[in-house]
Design a protein around this ligand. Structure first.
Ligand code: NDP
Length: 504
């Protein structure tokens, strides 16, 4: 893409010699200052097409912002393999140590609108697109290894609580805590959100996680379940709550400024990519359901295995074209990878492409930023809004055909999906599920001072919400760790007795 600003042309002081301005149809424009009017006082004439085109195009500049992850920043970079993982996957992007693949990253907050502040307490989106020779692989994760819910049926409900109250049009801690207190599976993620890591210091100082379990398959057809971890090489750094609040006013684009500025200055952020690998047979016996998005796999059980390093080294030339229109989807995997039974992942496989078709348009994958760069696309899709390429030209638009159109290739057969064989039903995902131990593990891990900051952050947020919600939520904290529940109770002036702990 041409960089207009750095195109020195023949002008003086490095400023390019201006080209003649045209309409979108290429007609040279003689006057871009004065509308065509009937006499100097007007009115304007409808035949001033340039005026009408400018106003009409301006009216249509916005596309719908993402319903979640609307505020984001991104950059281009490279992923280089540092360790051999061909025993787990046949994906060509990992075929040899030293292999480099072009990629794109977009980071974001979740709940805020496109103009919201970067330093909100909120999970951060961590979306990566790898332009591999076997198609694009999108790793669409967060900066947290778990999530608030484990059934996609609750996603819309949950996100409504993070947005604005239908009447007051303001954010509502009551909505948030009401939902969380009635959805104890959220406790682990709530604990991360209100801990120090709930407000990362920009996008460079946080880890990224697939959060979901995915799978890898090797050349022998063996399947391994995996979780992806991208560990920041800049070190974890977070913002204290009061600093973040100040920055919301002083520099709402704090994370955008930081990412763009450091890449512009040649300080390229890097992440170490690792996997946790679970052999397929382990999945049935692991101590937690490995497909439950509210649970981590302990590092002690499945240690991190290094895979590679990702470096962001190029800012976008144009934010809208390269970041706003970028469309990441967990659907996009490559041969040698697979999905998993994770219910939330299955939900996202449906909802992400659906959101992009609505937000960007039917042919969103054909936009330059979304197109594969290292392989060609051969489909029988035709037409649709804004079809700007050759649309398949005169080639057949149906399959099978006897005119040399693209054909399937059995070499890329996926490893069969193992299904449970149990009846299709609505199974209670809370029945017998321990929502407390891992949240408690984290509480116990972070140390006394961080525990107190976590408690203070929670108390600050829960102050002023109805007491019945406070009491129920405190009972969850208590079940994770008595000190956790008693700390929040003390901060809210609520005595933590037996009835409260029982959730009555
Ligand atoms: P480990 O002691 O092996 O791992 C603990 C991990 O916790 C660290 O490796 C680090 O993950 C993460 N961590 C450290 N400090 C903090 C903090 N202040 N806030 C949030 N996370 C932190 O134990 P387990 O693997 O058994 O996990 C124990 C708990 O740690 C879990 O319940 C979970 O809440 C949390 N955790 C676990 C992760 C995992 O994938 N196992 C990942 C992140 C958190 P990292 O190196 O990824 O930063």
């Amino acid at each position: 893409m041409a960089n207009e600003k750095s195109n020195t042309g023949n002008g003086s002081h490095g400023i390019p010699t201006p080209k003649t301005l045209t309409t979108t149809a290429g007609r040279p424009v003689a006057d871009n200052q004065n509308s065509v009017t009937a006499g100097p006082r007007g009115p304007v004439l409808i035949q001033d097409f340039q005026l009408i085109e400018k106003m009409a195009h301006f009216n249509r500049e916005r596309i719908p912002e993402r319903v979640v992850h609307a505020k984001g920043s991104g950059a281009h970079g490279h992923f280089v393999v540092t360790q051999d993982i061909t025993r787990y996957t046949s994906a060509k992007l990992f075929s040899s140590v030293g292999k480099s693949t072009e990629m794109l990253a977009r980071f974001s907050t979740v709940g805020g609108e496109k103009g919201s502040a970067d330093t909100e307490r909120d999970p951060r989106g961590f979306a990566l697109k790898f332009y591999t020779e076997e198609g694009n692989w999108d790793m669409v994760g967060n900066n947290t290894p778990v999530f608030f819910i484990r059934d996609p049926l609750k996603f819309g409900d949950f996100i409504h609580t993070q947005k604005r109250d239908p009447q007051t049009n303001m954010k509502s801690p009551t909505m948030m805590w009401d939902f969380w207190s009635l959805s104890p599976e959220s406790l682990h993620q709530v604990t991360i959100l209100f801990s120090d890591r709930g407000i990362p210091d920009g996008y460079r100082h946080m880890n990224g996680y697939s959060s979901h379990t995915f799978s890898l398959t090797n050349a022998q057809g063996e399947l391994f379940y995996v979780k992806w971890h991208f560990k920041t090489k800049q070190g974890i750094q977070n913002l204290a709550a009061d600093v973040a609040t100040r920055l919301k006013g002083e520099d709402a684009d704090y994370s955008q400024r930081d990412l763009f500025g450091c890449i512009q200055d040649g300080t390229f952020p890097k992440w170490r990519a690792c996997i946790q690998v679970m052999p397929e047979a382990d999945a049935a016996h692991y101590k937690v359901n490995p497909f439950d998005l509210t649970k981590i796999w302990s590092h002690k059980d499945y240690p991190l295995i290094e895979v590679g390093e990702m470096t962001l080294d190029r800012n976008p030339e144009n934010y809208f074209a390269e970041i706003e229109q970028a469309a990441f989807s967990p659907v996009n995997i490559v041969p040698g990878m697979g999905y998993s039974p994770d219910k939330m992942l299955q939900g996202r496989l449906l909802s992400y492409p659906d959101a992009h078709r609505y937000r960007v348009g039917t042919n969103y994958e054909s936009l330059p930023v979304n197109q594969p760069k290292a392989t060609e696309v051969h489909t029988y899709h035709r037409d649709g809004t804004m079809r700007f390429d050759s649309n398949g030209g005169s080639a057949p638009n149906y399959e099978p055909n006897s005119f040399g159109g693209p054909k399937q290739n059995a070499q890329y057969r996926e490893v069969p999906v193992q299904l449970s064989g149990q009846p299709g039903d609505r199974y209670d995902h809370r029945e017998g599920n321990d929502d407390y131990t891992q949240a408690g593990d984290l509480f116990r891990l972070i140390g006394k001072e961080a525990q107190q900051r976590l408690i203070n952050n929670i108390v600050g947020s829960m102050k002023g919400i109805p007491e019945h919600i406070q009491r129920l939520q405190i009972s969850h904290f208590y079940k994770a760790d008595p000190n956790y529940g008693m700390g929040v109770g003390a901060g809210l002036g609520i005595e933590v007795g037996e009835a409260l702990v029982a959730g009555d």
